[in-house]
Design a protein around this ligand. Sequence first.
Ligand SMILES: Cc1cc2nc3c(=O)[nH]c(=O)nc-3n(C[C@H](O)[C@H](O)[C@H](O)COP(=O)(O)OP(=O)(O)OC[C@H]3O[C@@H](n4cnc5c(N)ncnc54)[C@H](O)[C@@H]3O)c2cc1C
Length: 234
Amino acid sequence: MKAIHRCIVLGRRHLTPRTVRLTISGPSLIGLRPHPAQDIEVLLTTAPGSRVKRRYTIRHARPQDGQWDVDAVLHANGGPGSTWAAHAEPGSPVEVVGPRGKLQLRPADGHLFVGDEASLPAIAALTEALSSDQDTTAVIETDSGADRLPVAAGRVRWLERSGRPPGDPESLLTAVERELRARRYGQVYVLAEARVTRVVRELVHGAGVRPECVFAKGYWTADARPAVAPGTPA
Ligand SMILES: Cc1cc2nc3c(=O)[nH]c(=O)nc-3n(C[C@H](O)[C@H](O)[C@H](O)COP(=O)(O)OP(=O)(O)OC[C@H]3O[C@@H](n4cnc5c(N)ncnc54)[C@H](O)[C@@H]3O)c2cc1C
């Protein structure tokens, strides 16, 4: 089992109205050098007292100071992770496990990143880690333009939901299909809601990108809405 880092929240600030940067710090983080877009599990206790884990990307690490930044999105009906991010004050304790995660940049002719608010920190970290002569495109869907953060890709296609609920694959599918027709990508990373990730990955495979050149990971799961039986009042 991986070691638990006992940290404190050192700082917090809003990057956008819905995204909070939390800096955590702890002696056991000193000297650790995570790969770009590796993540932590934040160990949380819910109000009824259950222990849960939520994953957040290590956006920056300062190994000499034992500090990591995570950029957490505050969701309208979010759970323990969102609640922690909304209320964690400087000085409060937090336990985390990491760095973890298998995502690694691989050399390729053309990198395509596909994601949403939750994977924006990972896509920002990954595109920064690629040298500027690499051909990179990011296709990112957010609720609105207010959710955007800087991404170091050569081309960034921002999509807005404009009121549609998150977790609907349609506009990402259309945009990714267009990208795949426009140029060749040697490596594709799909980091989005679980079902969206699945259908975009299928599209990418169908367009001829070899499976070993596609890294696809569901970053979160949209509510599975219970089917309403016929005749049942909604
Ligand atoms: C490797 C990895 C790295 C990640 N890095 C980050 C990161 O850096 N920043 C970040 O903000 N998130 C990140 N995520 C996503 C984050 O872990 C999930 O969004 C998580 O579900 C949030 O937990 P929660 O307790 O707030 O909500 P949950 O208890 O999981 O869910 C409660 C409700 O909130 C909804 N919800 C949860 N997440 C989202 C979402 N992203 N968009 C819309 N609705 C949502 C659910 O559908 C559900 O209705 C990462 C996930 C993974 C796997």
